[in-house]
Write a protein that binds this ligand. Sequence first.
Ligand SMILES: Nc1nc2c(ncn2[C@@H]2O[C@H](COP(=O)(O)OP(=O)(O)OP(=O)(O)O)[C@@H](O)[C@H]2O)c(=O)[nH]1
Ligand SMILES: [Mg+2]
Length: 191
Amino acid sequence: MSKREVVTIKVVVTGHFAAGKTTLISTISEIPVLATEAGISDETSETKDYTTVTMDFGKLTVKDEDMLAELYMFGTPGQDRFDFMWDVLAEGMDGYIVMTDLSRGEQALDEAAAILEHFRGISEVPFIIAANRGASHPELLGRLHEIMRGGPDVTIVPCEAIDKESAKEVLLVLLIKVLTALADDAEVSVA
Ligand SMILES: Nc1nc2c(ncn2[C@@H]2O[C@H](COP(=O)(O)OP(=O)(O)OP(=O)(O)O)[C@@H](O)[C@H]2O)c(=O)[nH]1
Ligand SMILES: [Mg+2]
C-alpha cells in the first residue's frame, strides 16, 4: 500500500473591507471557523454589522492518491485600522488570496490592487486574485484584468464566496501554484 505524502500549507486570505474573506473561509472550512469579529460602530456599519478585527482561522484537507494537503487558512481584517495584522499573518505563509467583491464597484478594485502591492512587497510566494461575485459583474471583471495587468503570474478567479464548490475551486487554483513553486524550489536545491 502506497503512503501518501502529507504537506501542510499556510494560506492567507486578504482583501478590502467586506470582500468576502470570512465568508470564503467559513464556506469551505471543515472545522468550525475561529472568527474574531466585532460590531461596527462607524459609517461602514451601513455595509454590514460585523467586521474581522484580528483574524479568521479555518482548515481544508485536499487529497489524491499520492498526496494529502492540509491547508490552514488565515483571514485578515479588511479595515485599514487593523492592517498591522496583515504582516503578522503573512509570516511564513506559502501562498495568499487577494479577494475583491465586484459588487462593491470600481473603488474596491483599486483597494485590492493596493493590497496586492503591499503583499508583493513582503513576500514572493504564489498568490491569486479571487473576484467575488465576478460572474454577475462582467464589466468590472474586465476592469479588474486591466488594473491587475502585470504578467503571467497574475491569475484572477471569479467566484461566489458563499458557494462551496466555487470557494473550493479558488483554494485549488492557489494550491496548484503553491505545489508547483515548492517543487521548483526542491529542484533548485538539489541541483
Ligand atoms: N450574496 C453573496 N453575499 C456575499 C458573498 N460573499 C460575501 N457576501 C456577503 O458580503 C458581506 C461581507 O462578507 P464578509 O465575509 O464579512 O467580508 P470580509 O471580507 O470578511 O469583511 P471584513 O472582515 O469586515 O473586511 C457579508 O454580508 C456576506 O454575507 C457572496 O458570494 N454572495
Ligand atoms: Mg472578515
